[in-house]
Ligand binder design. Structure first.
Ligand code: GLC
Length: 595
């Protein structure tokens, strides 16, 4: 007869209790441990390579680790959809063959704008641009496509959607937020959760609301700095996106790496137990962020030892530690804490039980493997949706009539390296954590490609990576922006553009020609007045993804009527005292005839 935990007709809670009753303490602690796949490749930091059987044994067999992740950019060689599917199948098979009770592993990744770690996947606009569409149904569709691509490669746990409120554009992760309107962020987060989790079928994944809570308001806009947030503000502004995500049934929550009012979130029972569990009623898995249990000792310095840090985190309410490398170090301390009575056995059962519930809900016991032959098609799907989302996101901020570029034989000069290198339109979290690496390109349509493809007959187009002395053109389109970055590396305290980008703009406006600036940035940037006031057109394209170049061209040539609206207040200076453009602002073409 079938053991209860193997009986998919039984309620999840019944299966969890039965399985827990059969597990050893070590097996339960393994479920609370998440290791980065680079470790199983024999590397102790970010890297790629073949899987290493010795490390697979140490992590999956000896430590019974219950979930793995690919940190930003950790991928198989070659980085193809089928290689991803083969890698996760290999890891799953090894785990199941070495699990006494046949417990499958979860595999996590950051698919924050499409299945962005895999070469060949369409890259969607980052959340900030999607927010500018004000269209939750679009975000839900993107969730469906992304989950299908993830699951087809054996990734079952997505560390998305971000639910942080974007209150400070200086912050490096502003582009991962939906801006600073709580109601908009709430609607988008819920839509993404619905799209990705669906009915927990074979094309769905678990979602993660991150990073609980208040991570978007670090002092000075400096990533992971302390956030001073009054309780009323926390509840009215920062919580709504999380509440909406929980209501939509998100299976997991990732904890804020920073601190709130001086208390590290990973050590805060007030946040992780009282607020998240008792007030908000969350019953899923709370996972730490990258190495953030140990950072209670080494960064926040609120724990005198790693053992104290583990005790603090488990007691506060962390269920799974994203260790992410030293499995033995974490598991041995948890076992010691339980044996010494510092952490009750019940806490282990609660945490491990939540992980098992997630695995049962996802159908992992019934469907632990993927069919590698279907991976390429699933990962490659959605390119048209990515183009549609990019078009809908683009926000027109200024236009003296120069746009749309006429159907008349207007001579257009495109200026700037960012017009032909897609890295700025892709942004961070693309193939590599900090953006697309120099030696690994995923198919993209640059602005120049897009302009060439949309060029109306009779119009002329030329490219130059700087402004020639006497430009032979009626209009100069300057493509500027920020280099691709992620997290702290993307902090920008001045809200300025790189000086080389400002110089391009200045040269262009000094040429006496009409100038249109196209911004590829994950935040509102402050342009010098002598430049901004001389522009004939200003287009905010955010980080529009692999199809962004075509979308920008469609707006510039008028094939698409710009409909994006700012999901944040555009400050007039880094001090963020005045507003250059208000939340919700965006122009459309008045006289518009569909092409
Ligand atoms: C990163 C990010 C988090 C991500 C995790 C795994 O540092 O803070 O958003 O999910 O680590 O890549």
């Amino acid at each position: 007869s079938t053991l209860p935990y193997r009986d998919a007709t039984l309620p999840v809670e019944r299966r969890v209790q039965d399985l827990l009753s059969r597990m050893t303490l070590q097996e339960k602690v393994g479920q609370m441990t998440q290791i980065d796949t680079a470790r199983l490749m024999g590397r102790d930091e970010w890297d790629r390579g073949p899987l290493n059987p010795e490390w697979m044994k140490r992590v999956l067999a000896d430590q019974h680790v219950g979930s793995l992740l690919s940190g930003g950019g950790v991928a198989p060689i070659p980085n193809t959809p089928s290689a991803w599917a083969e890698m996760t199948n290999t890891l799953q098979r090894f785990a199941l063959e070495h699990s006494r009770l046949g417990i499958p592993i979860l595999y996590g990744a950051d698919a924050v704008h499409g299945h962005n770690n895999v070469v060949g996947a369409p890259i969607f606009p980052h959340n900030l641009g999607l927010a500018a569409t004000f269209d939750p149904s679009l975000v839900e569709s993107i969730g469906v496509v992304t989950a299908n691509a993830l699951r087809a490669t054996g990734v079952t746990w997505n560390f998305a959607p971000d639910a942080d409120l974007g209150v400070d554009p200086r912050w490096g992760r502003f582009y991962e937020t939906w801006g600073d309107l709580p109601e908009l962020a709430a609607a988008m987060v819920a839509a993404s959760v619905r799209g990705q989790q669906g009915d927990f079928g074979p094309q769905n994944v678990a979602t993660t609301l991150k990073h609980f809570v208040g991570y978007g308001a670090p002092q000075g806009g400096k990533d992971r700095a302390d956030a001073i947030i009054a309780d009323a503000d926390l509840r009215s502004s920062h919580l709504p996106p999380f509440e909406a995500g929980l209501k939509a049934g998100a299976l997991s929550v990732m904890v804020n790496s920073g601190s709130v009012n001086g208390v590290p979130a990973h050590a805060s029972a007030a946040l992780l137990t009282k607020l998240l569990r008792q007030d908000l009623g969350f019953t899923g898995v709370t996972i730490s962020d990258w190495e953030d249990v140990k950072k209670l000792q080494t960064v926040h310095k609120v724990a005198a030892s790693y053992r104290d840090a583990v005790k603090m985190a488990l007691t506060a309410g962390v269920d799974v530690s994203m260790v992410p490398h030293d499995a033995e170090g974490f598991t041995s301390l948890v076992l010691d804490l339980v044996k010494s009575g510092d952490v009750p056995q019940a806490r282990i059962d609660e945490a491990a039980g939540r992980v098992l519930a997630m695995k049962f809900r996802l159908g992992l016991f019934e469907r632990p493997y993927v069919d590698a032959s279907g991976a390429a098609a699933a990962v490659g799907a959605g390119r048209d949706l990515a183009a549609k989302a990019a078009r809908a996101s683009i926000t027109l901020l200024a236009n003296d009539g120069v746009l749309p570029l006429g159907r008349s034989g207007r001579r257009v000069l495109i200026v700037g390296e960012r017009a032909r290198d897609p890295r700025s339109q892709l942004g961070g979290w693309t193939i590599g954590w900090q953006g697309m690496p120099a030696n690994e390109d995923t198919p993209s349509v640059t602005v120049l490609d897009g302009m060439k493809a949309t060029l109306p007959k009779g119009a002329a187009l030329a490219f130059s990576n700087d402004v020639p002395s006497a430009p032979n053109a009626d209009v100069i389109v300057v493509v500027v922006g920020e280099p691709p970055h992620a997290e702290g590396d993307a902090d920008n305290p001045t809200l300025g553009l790189p000086s080389s980008d400002v110089d391009l703009l200045r040269s262009a406006v000094r040429s006496g020609k009409k100038v249109v600036a196209v911004l590829l940035s994950g935040r509102p940037v402050v342009l010098p007045d002598d430049v901004r006031t001389k522009l004939s057109g200003l287009v905010m394209a955010y980080l529009p993804g692999s199809e962004g170049g075509r979308a920008i061209a469609d707006v510039l040539y008028g094939n698409t009527n710009p409909s994006g609206r700012l999901p944040f207040t555009w400050p007039s200076g880094a001090a963020r005292s005045g507003a250059m453009y208000s939340l919700g602002f965006g122009l459309s073409y008045t006289t518009f005839t569909e092409s």
